[in-house]
Design a protein around this ligand. Sequence first.
Ligand SMILES: [Ca+2]
Ligand SMILES: [Ca+2]
Length: 304
Amino acid sequence: MKVGKLLSRIMVGSTFSMLFAVVGWGNGNGLLGQYYNKGSSTECKTYPISGTVNLSRIDSNINFDWNMGNPGDPIDNDYFQAKWTGYVNIPTTGDWTFYTSVDDGVKLYIDEALLIDKWIVQPETKYYNTITLSAGFHRIEMNYYENTGYTAAKLYWSGPGISTQTIIPQMYLYTGNRSTEHLPVIQEYKAPLTHQVTPQVIPDIEIVTSKNSGKSPLLVNFSYINKSLNLKIKEVKWLFGDGTFSNSLKVQHSYSKPQSYKTKLLYKLTNDFVGSIEGPEIVVSESFQSTKNQTKEDFEEFKK
Ligand SMILES: [Ca+2]
Ligand SMILES: [Ca+2]
């Protein structure tokens, strides 16, 4: 079928499934998940992962909270490793960000790039890194280990058309025959890799203000909620938008001049990550009492 004819059929709205069949999107089967019992702390930290595969299956995506448990029989609750391999089908060319949230260790590769390299014992921690990818299939490999205690492994992405972090859905993940139907054979990774960069932890911080508008003088309480796992805020700088600032974690600020103020929070985390968040715009309106020569109209306006 010619593309023009196909597109015209799509235009009439009845053949979307045919489009997916043609370009190969939307029918991913997941990634190959291979799990290894390692028996000791030393063994589970050994990389690269090798040895006997004790459990092999297709995982529709990587979105696991095993808590104090395990991925399934016969894998133990502690001291195991896992490797997920396959292809991710990138829908649109552009900058793609991959996020891992793991307890304990992780190494994430896209094609030949080692995007995230945190092969350490840690409580569940999220990291991300960005890579420019062309539309189509790219090799993906996530290596993982659990030492003791809690265990979790998740893989998210965001990119053109996917603005919020989302667990990579099954429809974009391919393994086995599903992937080789579309692909030339890609050789194994070569190490060391040239694309390695330091992964960053994503802070999850929300600004809380007591009010965002009101009449002068306006007193506003500024504070924040830190929802980042395992990360504490070490230093802050509140920018109130009127040229003044404060280094107090929680602070009250008084606005006098009627206008709107753009606020911002600069922060430094315990891992020395430095970031900033735009705060709400504070709108201060005229106080009736504080101004002279009020007209009756002003008074009516003030009452609203
Ligand atoms: Ca465990
Ligand atoms: Ca653990």
